[in-house]
Design a protein around this ligand. Structure first.
Ligand code: SAM
Length: 179
């Protein structure tokens, strides 16, 4: 299964930290990349730097025309899951999404907003999904969604070509430097 995140409504400076965390959570929890509907080379750079040190091949592309990307994605058979507190509760739809994810070459675009998202997104999405129907955060919603979808398997992902790798320990810190 391929998972790509689409981040909408990113405001330069104001959302820098949150959008970076959306990318970092996506990378750490099994997504393949993040598309950002605003130009922000700083975010591309900082996530690429993390990927260089900690491995994997997570991509970040900013300045995308998101409506065109979604159209293309759907034409190629991909599904779109928009995370919003107004949507159907995750517990009621996650089985359906997991079934979709089991299909050969399954692709799921996960969309998260900043402020209000344009209303046509609710129409385009295959699922408008709420991680509980209360307002909270795109970072938390994304993390929980990725975990529910992959049922914890993403937590043991091996990141290839890493310069650094943590040796898990009950106490203290150990990091293997590979290059
Ligand atoms: N009014 C917004 C909404 O539609 O969910 C809340 C804005 S919130 C600051 C920014 C983003 O966090 C939303 O676009 C959505 O992607 C995500 N989000 C917040 N609460 C959520 C929830 N309960 N379930 C799913 N996503 C949520």
């Amino acid at each position: 299964m391929e998972i790509v995140i689409l981040r909408l409504g990113h405001r330069l400076e104001r959302d820098k930290r949150i959008t970076t965390h959306v990318g970092l959570v996506g990378r750490a929890l099994g997504a393949k990349g993040m598309l950002l509907a605003s130009e922000d080379k700083g975010i591309e750079r900082s996530i690429k730097e993390v990927t260089k040190r900690w491995g994997g091949d997570f991509f970040v592309q900013t300045g995308v025309k998101w409506r065109e990307e979604l159209k293309k994605w759907k034409q190629e058979g991909g599904k779109v899951c928009h995370l919003t507190m107004y949507g159907e509760n995750i517990l009621d739809v996650i089985d359906e999404i997991r079934e979709e994810a089991k299909k050969e070459k399954a692709c799921i675009m996960v969309v998260v907003g900043a402020e209000k998202v344009p209303f046509d997104l609710f129409e385009t999405a295959d699922w408008n999904l709420a991680v509980g129907n209360q307002p909270h955060s795109e970072i938390a919603a994304l993390a929980l969604f990725l975990d529910y979808l992959q049922q914890g398997k993403e937590l043991k992902t091996k990141f290839e070509h890493a310069e650094m790798e943590i040796v898990p320990k009950g106490r203290g810190k150990e990091v293997k430097v590979k290059k």
